[in-house]
Design a protein around this ligand. Structure first.
Ligand SMILES: *Cc1c(COP(=O)(O)O)cnc(C)c1O
Length: 324
């Protein structure tokens, strides 16, 4: 956006967005007209867009639920509920879902539980061990790790594997061998890269909590996070992406913060070697709008030196304070 001198505008993102086929294939493989689909409101925006456009057009009834619903999901399940779609922590705001409780309620009604586990990767959370039937990952992120490949993966338990695989074959999604090679190569170093992302992000997130101009840090591995206990119960690590809430200032402060950054690039993807920042837009939410003291900025912490990144963030905070 900086390079092209474009203004941040959610409508532009709306036009450019693509959805990981790892999300669309399982949904299309199991849903039919007349089915009810429950999706967490803090879901990755392109998943919502796919549900609201193509799935609705195909006659699927789409309903969004609050990320903290837990066992309470039972009250939303109807005789035609076919899929409960989860993503934990949620995109941009990082609410942690009680996956085992949701899976128990969904299974009691014979619904399929799908989870987008991109944030944690299978190294820090294993969805099938917590009751999920179909596990989805954007391999574009940490598995690839170098911001140069688009690839997704879907795994299923024995019950749902056959139908998932059939759907995948029918939809004709073929990945290029070179992309697959890049991701297989990325997997060899993912463990050490992720550990570095984890430590740097946690260091920066904790430090940000003490900085003037920051109202809140949305990172589930911080003790201050409202879902910290749930995260600690189920996850064995945290990744390198989280958000901060500026202490007031509105969009002007948000843009000033982003424009002042020299090391962080502006970029919508994440999980690669370089640090990136984006403004967070929550206007599409219906039940998990949240109440924040100021604008949100999402930070993806790369593999650079932590002190350099902190100095860059301080430039952003000073610019936001001056603009506010
Ligand atoms: C990035 C992302 C995806 C999709 O990834 P692409 O491979 O870039 O299409 C899916 N889910 C989540 C949570 C993501 O962050």
């Amino acid at each position: 956006f900086k390079k092209n001198k474009m203004e941040y505008n959610p409508v532009v993102f709306e036009k450019l967005e693509e959805v990981n086929a790892a999300v669309t294939v399982p949904l299309l493989a199991f849903l039919a007209a007349g089915d009810h689909l429950l999706i967490v409101d803090s879901v990755y925006h392109p998943t919502r867009h796919f549900a609201d456009t193509m799935l609705k057009r195909l006659g699927v009834e789409v309903e969004y639920y609050a990320p903290h619903i837990g066992a309470g999901i039972a009250s939303l399940i109807k005789p035609n509920t076919k899929v409960v779609f989860t993503e934990s922590p949620g995109s941009n705001t990082y609410e942690v879902q009680d996956i085992p409780a949701i899976a128990k309620a969904a299974h009691a009604a014979n619904a399929i539980v799908m989870m987008d586990n991109t944030w944690a990767t299978p190294l820090y959370f294993k969805p099938l061990d917590h009751g999920v039937d179909i596990s989805i990952h954007a391999a574009t992120k940490y598995p690839a790790g170098h911001s140069d490949v688009l690839l997704g993966t879907v795994s299923a338990n024995e019950t749902y594997w056959k139908q998932l695989y059939e759907g995948f074959c029918m939809l004709g999604c073929c990945s290029g061998p070179d992309d697959i090679y890049q991701v297989l190569r990325g997997l060899r170093t993912m463990g050490v890269r992720l550990e570095h992302h984890r430590q740097s992000a946690l260091d920066i997130a904790g430090w940000l909590e003490t900085q003037p101009g920051v109202a809140q840090v949305l990172h589930p591995a911080l003790e201050s996070h409202p879902d910290h206990a749930l995260w600690k119960r189920d996850f064995c690590g945290s990744s390198g992406i989280f958000s901060i809430v500026l202490d007031g200032g509105g969009q002007k402060a948000q843009h000033a913060f982003l424009d002042a950054l020299k090391i962080f690039g502006l970029g919508y993807s994440w999980g690669g070697y370089e640090s990136l920042a984006v403004p967070v837009f929550l206007g599409d939410r219906t039940v998990a709008k949240g109440s924040y003291a100021g604008p949100l900025i999402r930070l993806q912490i790369g593999l650079e030196d932590v002190e350099d990144l902190k100095a860059d963030i301080l430039r952003g905070l000073a610019a936001a304070a001056a603009a506010g």
